[in-house]
Design a protein around this ligand. Sequence first.
Ligand SMILES: C[S@@+](CC[C@H](N)C(=O)[O-])C[C@H]1O[C@@H](n2cnc3c(N)ncnc32)[C@H](O)[C@@H]1O
Length: 261
Amino acid sequence: MSFEFDVITLFPEMFDAITKYGVTGRAWERQIYGLHTWNPRDFTNNNHRTVDDRPYGGGPGMVMMAGPLEEAIVAARTKQITYGIDKTKVIYLSPQGQLLDHKMVVELSQLSGLIILSGRYEGVDERLITRQIDEEISIGDYVLSGGELAAMVLIDSMVRRMPNVLGDPESANQDSFVSNLLDYPHYTRPEVYQGDSVPEELVSGDHVKINRWRLQQALGRTWLRRPDLFALRTECKMTIEEKELLREFKETYETKQNDVK
Ligand SMILES: C[S@@+](CC[C@H](N)C(=O)[O-])C[C@H]1O[C@@H](n2cnc3c(N)ncnc32)[C@H](O)[C@@H]1O
């Protein structure tokens, strides 16, 4: 049984970006996950298929009405039950939700399906959120015009971690954030580009040396760019080798900084 995403959206075609291209497109073709869209306009009972109305209390913009959204969510739930999906959640993508991070992606991947609501306009009627939504998730402290891109960010980050999606299963485990570290720098041919050479460790053919260099770069980059992640890593206790690699990295970095001055 594949993981089932059921997305409530006014713009179903946007999800072609996920199902037709790249890693997520190939995984979709191989039926590693299912993605079905539900348009709230199909759950209206007026000639104009209206799904939004003016806000009570006045103010700018329109608000998505609870009725069509609730019916779409109920239809998606019924479908998931028919498919035997027992562990599922209803997520509303919202700038007011909890910030999406790697830990959350891993936790959501333990489920067997998700129903994802993409908002539009000023957002959705609060009573719909109270009645139907299990979790609100934000993809960052900025406001998008709609929840579709945010839903695709969530789906992509989950799909690339699913078994047999990436050519090399180790790839996803080496990505940034997996061990509270950023990824190490990558290089490909040519060996010398505009006078700039690939680090000698990477062309040494010595795998112990290569792995040591990569770990050191990952530790060093995290220390420089994301000290917040680095603090989490320190809490998980660094090995003696990691401490030594980081000490060496800091020493080289500080020497270079002093040379520049
Ligand atoms: C224009 S926004 C509404 C913003 C809302 N008035 C507010 O200030 O919180 C329309 C829809 O885009 C989606 N959206 C916007 N920014 C988002 C973000 N940072 N993360 C997730 N979804 C977002 C939500 O689904 C939202 O209902």
